[in-house]
Design a protein around this ligand. Structure first.
Ligand code: SAH
Length: 281
């Protein structure tokens, strides 16, 4: 089996600095406290340079057997751009860090970067459904709007909604690890007005929002359609994704009271934007 030359670096307070530093050494992937390189030379050069620049740390060289994750985490090493938003891992932000986009007339005039740690939870921009949701968010005018991000994962869509002008976002996830990751990402991106809650949206007591965004699964969207619809104000919007084109009819059927406003597809994954009914019939 192929192995990856790696450095294990424990007690690293300067995680971001070290990651940025190691990019110059042809870094292949990062997982937990291990940094993987494409070849032994790069690894050994990196170890020497690290010791010189960060006297406090002691990188331990090792060779780690290849597993699936290596290929997967490699993909997550690059930044992804959707419209005005770039989702970047912490080590690929050089020269990209930009303030929030400014909204001029019918569109945005200026791009913005959101930094997401790939090892933390689902939602790095490397899944088609996350990209579709990021594009769908940019089709709406979110200025002054309230948003709920149902199943926030890494928090990427909640942060995106704020960047696009939403006044406040409630981000819920029933996975405490996801909420911890989202919290770290919110802080990393210096965002505010994002409330994070560990909760199952099906049973939690939550109010109503101008926009409901839910990147879940087809099955869950269908089974909880009434609940999700009730989270939107009358005439509000829902952005739904996480389902495939063969599930689309069933999903749209479950949200039968809503009107279809927009639809997009990538690699058989679908995202729809719906308008909630404007009041009791
Ligand atoms: N919003 C992110 C992550 C989507 S992954 C993105 O678009 O990239 C879906 C998330 O929904 C996961 O983090 C999962 O933990 C969460 N989730 C699944 N079922 C849930 C439920 N019943 N209540 C709250 N969160 C749920």
């Amino acid at each position: 089996m192929r192995t990856w030359p790696a450095l294990e670096i424990r007690q690293a307070d300067d995680d971001d600095l070290i990651q940025a530093f190691l990019i110059d050494f042809n870094l292949a992937a990062i997982k937990d406290s291990r940094f993987f390189f494409h070849n032994v030379d790069d690894r050994d050069r990196a170890a020497m340079a690290l010791r010189a620049h960060f006297p406090g740390i002691d990188p331990r060289p090792m060779d780690v057997p290849d597993e699936d994750w290596a290929t997967r985490s490699q993909a997550a090493l690059r930044a992804v751009t959707v419209g005005v938003l770039t989702i970047a891992p912490p080590w690929d932000v050089a020269g990209r860090l930009k303030p929030a986009p400014t909204y001029v007339g019918a569109g945005f005039s200026q791009p913005s970067t959101i930094v997401i740690e790939p090892s933390m939870g689902f939602g790095t921009g490397h899944h088609a459904t996350t990209r579709l949701c990021l594009a769908a968010l940019q089709r709406l005018d979110l200025r002054g709007r309230s948003v709920i991000d149902v199943g926030t994962g890494s928090g990427v869509l909640a942060i995106a909604a704020r960047r696009l002008g939403a006044t406040g976002v409630l981000a819920v996830d029933d996975d405490p690890d996801a909420i911890a990751a989202a919290e770290a990402n919110v802080k990393r991106n210096q965002e505010s007005r994002i409330a994070l809650e560990v909760a199952d949206f099906r049973s939690a007591k939550i109010g109503q929002f101008d926009l409901v965004i839910a990147n879940l699964t087809g099955g869950l969207l269908i089974a909880s359609a009434d609940r999700l619809e009730s989270l939107a104000i009358p005439g509000g919007r829902l952005i739904l994704s996480g389902f495939m084109d063969h599930e689309e009819r069933a999903v749209l059927g479950a949200f039968g009271g809503c009107a279809l406003e927009a639809r997009a597809e990538e690699d058989e994954w679908v995202c729809v934007s719906l308008i909630a009914p404007s009041g009791p019939p």
